[in-house]
Design a protein around this ligand. Structure first.
Ligand code: SF4
Length: 78
C-alpha cells in the first residue's frame, strides 16, 4: 500500500482532469462486474479485498484514481 498515492488519489477524486476521470470510470466499470465489490456506508461501494472505497453514488472515487495501488485481482493496473 502506497500512502502518498492514496492521498493523491483523493485529490484527483475532488478535482480530476478529463483523462483521469475517464480512466477512473473505466476501472469502475470493471469493479462493477466484480464479486469483490461490496456495499459500504451510505452510497459508498468498496473493494472487499483491499477495503478501499471505489465509488460513491455510482461515481468513481479513491482507489479508481490510483497510480500505484493496483487492483488486488489484477483486473486493472495502475
Ligand atoms: S479493485 Fe479489483 S478486486 Fe476490487 S472490486 Fe475492483 S476489480 Fe474487484
Amino acid at each position: 500500500m502506497n500512502v502518498e498515492d492514496i492521498f493523491k488519489s483523493w485529490i484527483k477524486t475532488i478535482n480530476p482532469t478529463e483523462e483521469q476521470l475517464q480512466l477512473a470510470k473505466e476501472r469502475l466499470d470493471i469493479c462493477n462486474t466484480c464479486p469483490s465489490k461490496q456495499k459500504g456506508m451510505g452510497k459508498m461501494n468498496i473493494c472487499n479485498l483491499c477495503n478501499c472505497p471505489i465509488s460513491y453514488d455510482e461515481k468513481p472515487i479513491g482507489k479508481t484514481y490510483s497510480e500505484k495501488n493496483d487492483c488486488p485481482l489484477h483486473k486493472w493496473k495502475s
